[in-house]
Design a protein around this ligand. Structure first.
Ligand code: FES
Ligand SMILES: [Fe+2]
Length: 421
């Protein structure tokens, strides 16, 4: 059980006085100029999760990841030595995008021992070294061993592959993640290998969609079907029972809606048939270590931990022994790409498989309900009809997220100003 002090009295927000309780401006979500600052201050400085070790299943596998916000494409490889490395996906000769399949604008994945540039045929190994220069004797004083790919700092935490474009990063990955997220290292993510993925291009600032997953205040009006016969009890229903902040990271724990305990009239017939829903399959598989690092507030009727790992990764760990990851990748000040993955233990029976398929479909349906508000919120904010907005106690993480983003941008500006002097 966590020793984290729950507020003896007062509110969650007042428990963190640095957050204040005033109205919050969302200029950071509508300003093209702020987005440019964010790209430098956050997406070129923070540790970013670009995939799972499951994306590199064997030595000699690789994938590319386009980071529009950071203005680059990365090549992530698992060498024959098992080491995971990341590079700018750019040829050292004349700067061609090195690895792509079909279109240079699409991400790709594959397996092999070397990468051949499509332009003049230079080759590179999985470790980033240049292994072949076509007609090398035509060049002037070049040394192949100095012409490798540009490496990017890369580290793996609990199977999550992170990169950092700062050189050098100001903190190691584990220092950056801190103790609250760091505790997840003992959670058995490696046992959850059955994956269901979806991706959407959304018309809003990346933070606006992230905000929709940081509070449960919207659940009763927006996801009406979530609610069961018992309401407004944070220990048993869909209201958050614990909030915790650690550096720029956040977690909210909730009991969720335990549909498997609901009377049939509160269920869709298909939920009762598949015995599954957006909280996952009702039958939880055995999973050793499934309580490691989770439920830091010791919530009695614990259902979900929603870890928000700065800046743009969300990991939701469910009491039914599965997890969900969301990544929000900005593509402009008012558009982003949303990547979602659900992870389960491998299905042993057809019924288990169907229950997982059904969970994936239901999660997608609920995410669509959330996404349905995005365009409207973005348009409303862009009208600048109001300069700032009231946030309630259940929206503490929204308050903390925007403060963290603004703090990072301001600190970066101060550093840059200091360096220019
Ligand atoms: S740009 Fe890659 S070999 Fe010339
Ligand atoms: Fe929602």
């Amino acid at each position: 059980m966590s020793s984290f002090p729950r507020p003896a009295e007062g509110t969650w927000t007042e428990h963190y006085p640095e957050l204040g309780t005033g109205f919050v401006p969302f200029e950071d979500s509508i300003s093209p100029a702020f987005y440019e600052l964010e790209r430098e201050a956050i997406f070129r400085r923070a540790w970013l999760n670009v995939g799972r070790i499951d994306d590199l299943p064997r030595n000699g596998t690789w994938f590319t990841k386009d980071l529009a916000a950071a203005g680059t494409s990365l090549l992530v490889t698992r060498g024959m030595d098992g080491e995971v490395r990341a590079f700018h996906n750019v040829c050292r000769h004349r700067g061609n995008k090195l690895v792509w399949i079909g279109s240079p604008r699409d991400e790709a994945a594959g397996a092999g021992r070397q990468f051949v540039c499509k332009y003049h045929g230079w080759r590179y190994g999985l470790e980033g070294s240049c292994t072949y220069v076509h007609q090398q004797n035509e060049f002037f004083d070049i040394e192949k061993s100095t012409l490798g790919l540009a490496a990017v700092h890369c580290d793996v935490f609990a199977g999550f592959i992170f990169v950092n474009l700062a050189d050098p990063p100001s903190q190691t990955l584990r220092e950056y993640l801190g103790p609250m997220v760091g505790a997840l290292e003992d959670y058995p993510f490696d046992q959850l290998t059955e994956r269901y993925s979806f991706r959407a291009e959304n018309r809003s600032n990346w933070k606006i969609f992230l905000d929709a997953f940081q509070e449960y205040y919207h659940v009763p009006p927006l996801h009406t079907h979530q609610l069961g016969p018992v309401q407004r009890n944070p220990e048993t229903e869909f209201e958050a029972a614990h909030y915790q902040l650690d550096g720029p990271h956040r977690v909210v724990s909730t009991s969720g809606s335990h549909k498997h305990r609901f009377p049939t009239e509160y269920l869709y017939p298909s939920e009762a048939l598949f015995r599954s829903g957006n909280m996952g399959p009702w039958e939880a598989p055995d999973l050793e270590g499934a309580r490691n690092g989770v439920n830091p507030g010791g919530v009695k009727s614990w259902g979900i931990d929603n870890f928000q790992i700065f800046p743009n990764l969300e990991v939701l760990v469910y009491e039914r022994n599965w997890y969900l990851s969301y990544r929000f990748w900005p593509t402009s000040h008012n558009t982003h790409v949303f990547d979602a993955d659900l992870w389960f233990t491998p299905s042993k029976t057809a019924r288990e498989r169907l229950a997982r398929e059904y969970a994936a479909i239901t999660v997608k349906e609920y995410a669509l309900q959330d996404a349905g508000t995005l365009d409207g919120t973005q348009l409303g904010l862009e009208s600048r009809a109001f300069a700032d907005f009231p946030l309630n106690d259940q929206e503490i993480l929204v308050r903390h997220f925007h403060k963290s983003v603004n703090d990072w941008v301001r600190e970066h500006e101060q550093r840059s100003a200091g360096a220019a002097r």
